[in-house]
Design a protein around this ligand. Structure first.
Ligand code: CA
Ligand code: CA
Length: 409
């Protein structure tokens, strides 16, 4: 930690860990300095918080000069969920919103006058997660999604990869969102759920981390669909990229350089193979289409092998999404909440020639019991942000089938 003192205004720069925080303390010189409160904050108590998780920041210096505070206030207002103690200007609470780095001026007032201190606060998604805006049509609030397909590591910071980045989670296999290494593979659906839910204990929260739901998949896909920057004009036809899906190389890849199949043998050569999409939050998500198939929570436990929600009649076939939806369930109002909302783009004219992927039905009536989405490295035109396969058992383990977690603040 380095400290630099600037005499004018007593500006203290604190460099801790990965982020630079600063605290500026000013005193209201129009009042009697000997009796107005003194107040300052340092980053040592943590200026970065995670939405949905308790924050507690006490001032590093506080003295009410034996004249109890009349008021402690912030300008601008603190992020929703955080509040100021009227006795010592501590900042406490559970942030309910994601808020970028913002400097707040905290003013403490006692009978003699007031003094102010600045503090820079950030509330964000957990490390490696990025925010997806709420989708009222789908009934989804703002949530956080892994920026990358889940990797397996032995600690939350992802510093050490698992010796074997596949199979069921255990105490030494933690799901992390990092660009390095191959995605976690050969994991069955319920173990993917477990790998995501295991993050709750590591963050000391309850029921916030989970495998992505199909509805959250749809909210993310539609968010991508609505972002103009994700589309390219191909001879007058707008197309979405469908990720690493050309079977070249015949494996999943890591994610360390944009559009390059780092650690694989070839570089992405055309727009269709671009691996990133941009969300309305301006965050970039990797491999949402292509690279690895990804489990969703669309898993049926009882009775086995029969979907109780979703497509009820999707015989084995690879079809354009709209054709398949009509075939799966001619009654588009049923069963939940409507088939189009669980599978299809907002623009219902989109098809695989436009890069959104296709639906792969099941050789078992009602599906085999689980669903994965997005397509994989060898799916070619099948791959895309809306690609859906129903032809998997929840116990399926495959080298091309991974997962992605979400965090619901
Ligand atoms: Ca490729
Ligand atoms: Ca993927």
């Amino acid at each position: 930690m380095k400290l630099f003192f600037l005499l004018s205004g007593l500006m203290i720069w604190l460099c801790a860990c990965e982020e630079l925080h600063y605290v500026t303390v000013t005193y209201n010189t129009s009042e009697n300095n000997s009796s107005v409160p003194t107040l300052s904050y340092s980053s040592s108590t943590g200026n970065s918080g995670i939405v949905g998780i308790v924050m507690n920041i006490a001032p590093s210096t506080f003295d009410d000069k034996q004249s109890h505070l009349i008021n402690c206030s912030s300008s601008p207002a603190l992020p929703l969920g955080l509040s100021l103690s009227s006795s010592d200007c501590s900042i406490t609470g559970t942030p309910a919103v994601i808020s970028g780095p913002t400097t707040y001026t905290i003013t403490a007032t006692n009978a003699a006058g007031s003094s102010s201190a600045s503090i820079n606060l950030t509330t964000s998604c957990p490390n490696g997660f990025i925010s997806v805006d709420a989708d009222p049509l789908l009934g989804v609030g703002t949530f956080c999604i892994m920026k990358y397909e889940a990797r397996c590591a032995t600690s939350l910071d992802g510093a050490s990869p698992c010796l074997l980045s596949e199979g069921a989670p255990d105490d030494f296999k933690i799901a992390v969102a990092i660009p390095e290494g191959r995605p976690w593979s050969r994991i069955e659906a319920q173990d993917a759920v477990l790998a995501c839910q295991n993050l709750n204990a590591l963050y000391n929260v309850s029921n916030k981390f989970d495998l992505i739901s199909n509805t959250e998949w749809m909210a993310t896909a539609r968010n991508i669909e609505l972002e103009n920057s994700n589309w390219t004009d191909d001879g007058g036809v707008l197309k979405l990229n469908r990720g690493h899906s050309d079977n070249s190389p015949n494996t999943s890849c890591d994610s360390t350089l944009p559009n390059v199949e780092t650690n694989c043998s070839t570089a992405g050569s055309d727009f269709s193979q671009k691996r990133t999409h941009t969300l309305s939050s301006n965050e970039v998500i990797w491999d949402f289409a292509g690279n690895m198939h990804e489990w969703t929570d669309w898993i049926v436990e009882t009775p086995l092998n029969v979907f109780t929600v979703g497509p009820q009649n999707c015989p084995l076939a690879l079809r354009e999404i709209q054709a398949k939806i009509t075939e799966c369930d001619p009654d588009l109002g049923a069963p939940f909440p409507s088939v189009s909302e669980i599978a299809s783009p907002l623009d219902v004219t989109l098809n695989s020639s436009r890069g959104v992927g296709r639906i792969f039905g099941s050789d078992t009536p009602g599906g085999k019991g689980a669903a994965h989405r997005g397509g994989d490295y060898r799916d070619t035109v099948i791959s895309g942000i809306y690609m859906l396969s129903l032809n998997v058992l929840q116990t399926t383990k495959a080298s091309n089938l991974g997962f992605r977690c979400v965090y619901r603040p």
